[in-house]
Design a protein around this ligand. Structure first.
Ligand SMILES: NC(=O)c1ccc[n+]([C@@H]2O[C@H](COP(=O)([O-])OP(=O)(O)OC[C@H]3O[C@@H](n4cnc5c(N)ncnc54)[C@H](OP(=O)(O)O)[C@@H]3O)[C@@H](O)[C@H]2O)c1
Length: 261
């Protein structure tokens, strides 16, 4: 099984921490050169400095806010004119929690831009290079809410479906060029995002964070939260030559929590 990413260039979005960082770690270990995107420059610098360079991989980072769509457009134009990107990990911070009836129009628009429009801008800019090398892996980190909506994540549930539908359509169009498009759907994963959701739910339900955590864990067959590295392992496999015939799928990595097959 060919799991080598030696000579491949990857952009990993939302990679200053959490799931994105864990994916960058894994891709680097498999030999890829990684370009990290996120806002916090200090965290990005630290993240890049910790990536594997044992076979002379070269890593870099750009501080960029996905709410600034024009800045994303000009950055990716610059990067893709300088090198071929073979692997694109579309990932970003999750939308604010809350019931859908409390969501404002602006919150929907912001999440749509940050998740769908930015994915589209990044993807369309790297496609030509992928086609030329007949190697492309577009991997979207979404959520199990693609399978079943999660309580108190109204905006997120809505936007995730649009990203999944976009990805499936793209997979149909790009499969013939040696490019695959797949989605990884994390369940509750021990990151800052998960801790923030627990706090938000505790506040809303007038319960302690510990109580919320225990209720969440009780609903997971594995009886624990996932680790970012466990989500990263699946994303990294999808990036490899070995995953060449996996296209247009959404894979939950959730310890069995999603109540459907
Ligand atoms: N953790 C979970 O339990 C879980 C479950 C299901 C789905 N997910 C989804 O999986 C994705 C990653 O989750 P995570 O747990 O790794 O989240 P996280 O720990 O909050 O990390 C999010 C990453 O995205 C970056 N980011 C946030 N807003 C950004 C912006 N406007 N522009 C550019 N970068 C931005 C953050 O860095 P900066 O702050 O430096 O920009 C950070 O590197 C999210 O969409 C999340 O909703 C997570």
């Amino acid at each position: 099984m060919n799991l080598s990413l030696e000579g491949k260039n990857a952009i990993v979005c939302g990679s200053s921490q959490g799931i994105g960082y864990a994916i960058a770690e894994e891709l680097a270990i498999m030999g890829a050169n990684c370009i990290l995107f996120a806002r916090n420059e200090e965290n990005l610098k630290l993240a890049v400095s910790q990536l594997d360079i044992s076979i002379r991989q070269s890593h870099n980072y750009y501080s960029i806010d996905f709410n600034d769509v024009e800045a994303v457009r000009s950055l990716i134009k610059k990067i893709s004119s300088q090198q071929t990107i073979h692997i694109l990990i579309n990932n970003s911070g999750g939308p604010k929690a809350g019931p859908i009836l409390d969501a404002t129009e602006d919150q929907f628009l912001q999440a749509f831009n940050q998740h769908l429009i930015v994915n589209h801008i990044l993807t369309t800019a790297v496609i030509d290079g992928m086609k030329k090398d007949r190697y492309g892996r577009i991997i979207n980190i979404i959520s199990t809410s693609v399978k079943t909506p999660l309580n108190n994540l109204g905006v997120s549930n809505t936007i995730r479906w649009s990203v999944a539908a976009w990805a499936k359509t793209l997979a149909n169009e790009l499969g013939q060029f040696g490019i695959t498009v797949n989605n990884v759907l994390p369940g509750a994963t021990a990151t800052e995002r998960n801790a923030a959701l627990i706090e938000a739910n505790a506040k809303r339900q007038h319960a302690s964070a510990q109580e919320i955590k225990e209720t969440m864990i009780a609903a997971i067959p594995a009886k624990r939260f996932g680790e970012a590295s466990e989500i990263a392992a699946v994303a990294a496999f999808l990036a490899t030559p070995a995953a060449s015939y996996v296209n247009g799928v959404s894979i939950p990595v959730d310890g069995g929590r999603t109540p459907s097959i």
